[in-house]
Every structure is written in structure tokens, then in C-alpha cells.
Design a protein around this ligand. Structure first.
Ligand SMILES: [Zn+2]
Length: 183
């Protein structure tokens, strides 16, 4: 019986995920995963109201899944929405793609296939990359600490007990370095 319940929950969770990812890819086509080598999308958007997944893609993930949970909770959708607006202004929504989305040295890195001259998209990416550096990577609250061995911003609740320093101290060191003119 337990097994049946577990299977049902898994099935329900999967259906929910497919629906969510489907909706995400419809509104933000740049989140559609694509084959790195062929450059082909994993979704057929010829009927854009009913985009169809091209096997082996099955809606189980989107590029946004590479954004750590805390950041995704705090600003993931808001960022996609702003980028979407800017791309519509640029008349570039269908061409634009996320090439890679990841965390590096405690900061969000969002790489794309380029934007038109004068596009607002690079500024939006820059704004949220900066916000990510001060946002708990785990839960999305404002970060107060930063771990040094693996550089990650955390709030007090999520911060591991050892190896962290206050975030202000961390960025102060950074600014000192900038003042000294070393890179
Ligand atoms: Zn937290």
C-alpha cells in the first residue's frame, strides 16, 4: 500500500513539474534546453501555443533548474520576466537563448547567445548577478554570511557552523583590493 501511495505521489509530482516547465518554456522560450552541439531546441514551437517536446526531452527540466533554489525563489521568475520584456522590445524573444546558467564563486553566471546592440538584457543580468552575491543561496533571504572554502552567500539560519565570515567583511576586503588597484 505504501508503495502505491509513493508511486502516486511521484506521478502527481511529475505531472505538476511537466505542467510548470511547459508553462515556463511557453512564456520564456530562452529557458528551453537545447542540444549544445547541434544548437537545436528540445521543443518544437511551430505551434507556439502548444509547444511539443522533442524526444528524448520530456519537460523534466529547464535551464532555470541550474539556478540555486534560494536565488530562484528570490528573483528567478522576476528576472525572466524582465528579460522577456527587454527581448520583446528588441524583437528578439525567439532567437535569444540561455547557453549556460550556474553559480561560480558565490555569484550567478548567466551566459547567453548574445543580444542586439542597445539591448537592456546585459544590464538586467548584471543587476541580478549582483543581487545573487548578497542572497542566501539556500533559502533566498538576504545573505549575512559567506563561506570561504566554497564561496557561497548564506543567511544566519542556513549558514554552516564553520568556515563562514560576515558578508560585509568579505566585500570590504574586495573593495580594499579594488582601491589598491590590483585585480
Ligand atoms: Zn537562508
Amino acid at each position: 500500500m505504501d508503495n502505491l501511495v509513493r508511486r502516486f505521489r511521484k506521478w502527481r509530482e511529475r505531472r505538476r513539474q511537466i505542467k510548470t516547465n511547459n508553462e515556463l518554456c511557453q512564456r520564456y522560450p530562452f529557458l528551453i534546453p537545447w542540444h549544445r552541439f547541434t544548437g537545436e531546441l528540445s521543443v518544437d514551437r511551430s505551434d507556439w501555443k502548444h509547444p511539443r517536446a522533442i524526444p528524448p526531452y520530456d519537460w523534466s527540466y529547464t535551464e532555470l533548474d541550474n539556478m540555486p533554489d534560494g536565488w530562484r525563489n528570490r528573483f528567478g521568475i522576476q528576472m525572466c520576466e524582465e528579460i522577456r520584456d527587454a527581448l520583446i522590445e528588441d524583437d528578439d524573444l525567439e532567437r535569444y537563448r540561455v547557453v549556460q546558467l550556474k553559480e561560480k564563486y558565490g555569484s550567478m553566471r548567466w551566459y547567453d547567445n548574445g543580444t542586439k546592440i542597445g539591448s537592456r538584457v546585459p544590464m538586467i543580468i548584471d543587476k541580478y548577478s549582483r543581487l545573487s552575491e548578497r542572497t542566501c543561496i539556500h533559502c533566498g533571504k538576504p545573505a549575512t554570511q559567506i563561506t570561504l572554502r566554497w564561496i557561497s552567500p548564506y543567511c544566519d539560519d542556513c549558514c554552516p557552523e564553520f568556515g563562514a565570515i560576515p558578508i560585509e567583511e568579505y566585500f570590504m576586503e574586495d573593495e580594499k583590493k579594488d582601491d589598491a588597484g590590483t585585480d
